[in-house]
Design a binder for this molecule. Structure first.
Ligand code: PEP
Ligand code: MN
Length: 334
């Protein structure tokens, strides 16, 4: 249920109303917008008298929210959430470029790619230290050493770092990481999501390979219900009938997620297509349909990459793409 307050309601009256609602065993989620305050009631609202609440002089309207996701629901929080990472902002009109290799391989590699993507205009550096590989015999990442190397690349460039966490038991290693990524394969690792909810850190939550938008939002809800509102949703392609492409990029997810939720939505055209030459057209299409950012794999020597070389852009290709992304953004917002 949501309770929309009239503009300019005093603090004391609002607190009284919230205390009363809480006394009915409800949790109250407050969304303070520039124009109005919305109270989201979470819990069993079946016995709450809507008419009584609506009759209060400080209340403008009361509505039932049928969706099971509450905290990430736009009805609870009408204004876009803006996630802040260092100087970067994601959402609410702020576009964020995340780029870097699939995995961190060496100091030379990650620092070189970090410098190149920074020069091209990237806001954040990506790089996997813990890699969820289909085969246990494939490169699994450099683990703690990979995170150490990411921090060196951050020191060298000033770019905040994004890297995937696969297990809550690794959390101490991620203390100084700027954005924690939950990969597609872990989207429904609910214990991990609950732990991440307690960190307060920005979480980049990728859509699972075969998950619906509602399931993605319910996973965001796990993080948010545990106390962390800094969630970035990511469409990275889903399993369909694609034969020549790694996945099918579901771009209609972008406007639909924006409609359903106030959280920022970014797109990963690299894992969606699996082919470097497919990345620019899909990145531009994602930009045109209103995503809040792009996460793109870039490698300085793709043919020798230890992971996902075939879908990685070379630095000069990435730089050229950034120019085109900016042009599409300008055209799309005019
Ligand atoms: C990645 O970003 O490196 C990755 C493994 O992505 P996904 O979880 O989307 O497959
Ligand atoms: Mn990858």
């Amino acid at each position: 249920m949501i309770v929309v307050l009239k503009p300019n309601v005093g603090e004391e009256k609002r607190e009284q109303l919230m205390d009363w609602l809480k006394s009915m065993d409800l949790a109250v989620h407050v969304s303070e917008g520039a124009y109005q305050t919305v109270l989201g009631l979470i819990g069993d609202t079946s016995k709450v008298d809507m008419d009584l609440i609506a009759s209060l002089d400080i209340v403008e309207s009361v509505k039932r929210v049928s969706e099971t996701f509450k905290c990430c629901n736009r009805k609870f929080h009408p204004e876009d959430t803006v996630v802040r990472v260092g100087d970067a902002r994601i959402g609410g009109g702020h576009f964020c470029l995340i780029a870097g290799p699939c995995s961190v391989e060496s100091e030379e590699q990650i620092v070189a790619v970090a410098r190149a993507v920074k020069a091209a205009g990237a806001d954040l550096l990506r790089g996997g230290a813990f890699k969820p590989r289909t085969s246990p015999y494939d490169f699994q990442g450099l683990h703690a050493d990979g995170i150490r190397l990411l921090k060196l690349a951050r020191e060298a460039t000033g770019l905040p770092i994004v890297t995937e966490i696969m297990s809550a038991s690794d959390l101490p290693l991620f203390e100084d990481v700027d954005v924690l990524q939950v990969g597609a394969r872990n989207m429904q690792n609910f214990d991990l999501l609950k732990e991440l909810g307690q960190t307060g850190k920005p979480i980049l939550l990728k859509r699972g390979l075969a998950n619906t938008l509602k399931e993605l939002l319910m996973s965001a809800e796990y993080i948010m219900a545990s106390g962390n509102e800094n969630v970035i949703l990511c469409e990275r392609g889903i399993r369909t009938y694609s034969d020549y492409l790694r996945n099918t990029l579901d771009l209609s997810a972008v406007p639909m997620l924006h409609e359903l939720s106030h959280l920022p939505v970014i797109v990963d055209p690299s894992h969606a297509t699996g082919i470097a030459r497919m990345v620019p057209p899909m990145a531009l299409a994602a930009t045109a349909c209103g995503c809040d950012g792009l996460i793109i794999e870039v490698h300085n020597d793709p043919s020798h990459a230890l992971c996902d070389g075939a879908q990685s852009l070379r630095p000069e290709e990435y730089a050229a793409l950034v120019g085109r992304i900016r042009a599409v953004r300008e055209a799309a917002t005019c």
